[in-house]
Ligand binder design. Structure first.
Ligand code: ADP
Length: 549
């Protein structure tokens, strides 16, 4: 059996299908593309295409093309051919006849130049049929066979000729519409509406009742990175892999929806060609259904908004809000703490100063003076802490480098802290036998050590406090170890936070360690601790500095 033969039924089907699309479909691009697709499939052809004549400029323009798989498209390469380049073929077409070729190497009188044009496209057999309307020739439709030779039958040439007539009517109908638009009074309003449609900052997609894309506006093309509108025309919304099935069902039932979803372009490469490859956009898609008076769906319209940046903004706002709330909480805690911490020593100072004035007994006087002096010291420390932190927070750290004799400094601390300790605590100093001297700021060194030692004293009831320093990695490591109350796992995360006190009732402002951390950050040092609840803590800082021995 000759596999080239096409059945009558197939021909009839294609003709009636094309005619129906012509009547149902307002968009002539869809009509033409459908016809080309049908012809390609029917003849198992390799290319079906349309050239339209531009007689004014004496060129034939490659206007539509459908190619079989693995056949190289020509539309981008050829684009247009001067009429003068193919006088032999054009002459046949202008006489309303078809140019029918069964074997390209066997065409009588075909001029060399026209033969070369066809041969360069690997064509073996082809048929070109004129596209006419009202006795005017508009162009021609072509069917190329590249992979084999085909003997075109009369039935084939007639069918292709008739389809060419439908194409002609579609092109003419569009021209009529355009003409009508440019001449009618409503022209300006329509132009205005058109520009609103295209440039409104919402993507609009229009689908016919069977779900095929029939139009989209400029904004939609931008949102989805589509360059050539006509490449997505005719795609079915029901084939879009990103659309959740339940929403496709809603459309089938003629129901609209409002959906917010992640549009992952890496998953749409099979469905349509986009400039976006890996991006994920956050899309708000509202579907609206246009129905006729019998409630039958006519069109689906999708309104798309790209809300990716809006979501980012919203997320940033939430982060800022949480941060502000956190800061507010810390500020409130700080103020509550502060008023307690200031009032306690201040009350003691004011109260005992008053009593002191009215006391004659020497031993009582001495005791009250001692209380006043301890509380004054507490208050002074507190105020110093606040001032220090606010200064460091602005990035200003007073730094005066000098040569510090570390052993002497640590011994001074030993002496002064021994006076403050209860008898239940044993203070042990561990310093190297070698008397190291460092180039660093003495005030900062003392402040770090003082904070650690004060905490150790504050949080140790009995046992030992061991402190000292040793040389490590171009710097010194200062440490304080105690056998105090220790720090729970949960609280370990908090202790360097500003104004964060683990125990709100304990004495202290929760500033000491944050000051140490802020200082260490500025001088590029390191700070850390180990601690076990009810066993004790080990705090350390490493200070980068020049060492002399
Ligand atoms: P405070 O002035 O409240 O002591 P710090 O910033 O110096 O503030 O310390 C923060 C918190 O870390 C303290 O409230 C305390 O709970 C905990 N902490 C610090 N050092 C020690 C330590 N040696 N032993 C147990 N807990 C400690």
């Amino acid at each position: 059996m000759d596999c080239n033969i096409v059945s009558n039924a197939a021909c009839n089907n294609i003709f009636s299908h094309s005619l129906m699309t012509f009547y149902d479909e307002a968009n002539y691009h869809i009509v033409i593309n459908n016809i080309l697709k049908d012809v390609l499939n029917l003849y198992n052809a390799d290319r079906s295409y349309i050239f339209l004549y531009d007689l004014e400029n004496k060129v034939q323009k490659y206007s539509y093309e459908i190619c079989a798989e693995n056949v190289s498209p020509q539309i981008e390469i050829i684009k247009e051919i001067p009429l003068d380049n193919s006088p032999f073929i054009n002459n046949i077409l202008f006489n309303y006849s078809s140019f029918i070729v069964n074997d390209i190497d066997n065409v009588n009188d075909l001029p060399e130049i026209e033969y070369e044009i066809l041969k360069s496209q690997d064509i073996k057999s082809l048929i070109l049929t004129p596209i006419t309307h009202m006795n005017k020739i508009l162009g021609y439709m072509g069917v190329d066979i590249v992979k084999e030779y085909r003997n075109w039958s009369d039935q084939d040439t007639t069918l292709i000729f008739l389809l060419g007539q439908i194409v002609g009517a579609s092109v003419a109908r569009n021209k009529e519409n355009e003409k009508e638009l440019s001449t009618t009074h409503g022209n300006n309003i329509i132009r205005a509406l058109e520009s609103i449609y295209n440039d409104i900052p919402i993507g609009i997609e229009l689908y016919n009742s069977s779900g095929c894309a029939i139009d989209l506006n400029n904004t939609d093309m931008k949102i989805f990175g589509i360059e050539d509108k006509w490449k997505v025309m005719g795609l079915s919304i029901f084939d879009n892999p990103l659309f959740p099935d339940q929403y496709k069902d809603l459309l089938r039932q003629g129901k609209g929806f409002d959906l917010i979803f992640d549009y992952d372009f890496s998953k749409t490469t099979e469905y349509f060609k986009s400039n976006y490859k890996e991006e994920i956009k956050y899309i708000n898609c509202k579907a609206h259904i246009i129905k006729d008076k019998n409630d039958k769906t006519l069109y689906f319209i999708l309104f798309n908004s790209d809300i990716t940046s809006l979501r980012e903004m919203q997320q940033n706002l939430i982060i800022s809000k949480n941060k502000a709330e956190e800061a507010d909480k810390l500020k409130m805690a700080f103020l509550a703490n502060m008023s307690h911490e200031i009032r306690t020593p201040l009350n003691a100072i004011v109260g005992f100063s008053d009593i002191l004035l009215h006391t004659d007994a020497q031993d009582e006087k001495e005791e009250y003076s001692k209380i006043i002096s301890t509380n004054s010291e507490l208050l002074l420390n507190l105020i110093n802490d606040i001032l220090d932190l606010s200064k460091i927070e602005t990035g200003a750290l007073d730094y005066n480098e000098e040569l510090i004799d570390l052993n002497t400094l640590f011994e001074e601390f030993e002496t002064s802290f021994k006076l403050r300790l209860s008898k239940k605590i044993n203070l042990i100093l561990r310093i190297p036998a070698n008397k190291y001297r460092i180039h660093f700021d003495k005030k900062i060194t003392s402040q770090l050590l003082n904070n650690f030692l004060s905490n150790a004293v504050k949080y140790t009831i009995e046992g030992e406090i061991e402190f000292g320093y040793y040389i490590q990695d171009n710097g010194i490591k200062i440490f304080v170890r105690d056998t105090g109350i220790g720090i729970s796992e949960e609280n370990k995360k908090k202790i360097f936070n500003r104004f964060e006190k683990v125990d709100n009732f304990a004495q202290g402002t929760g500033l000491g360690l944050s000051i140490c951390k802020a200082i260490i950050d500025i001088i590029n040092g390191e700070i850390g601790f180990e601690s076990e609840l009810n066993k004790g803590s080990y705090f350390w800082v490493w200070i980068p500095c020049k060492i002399e021995s």
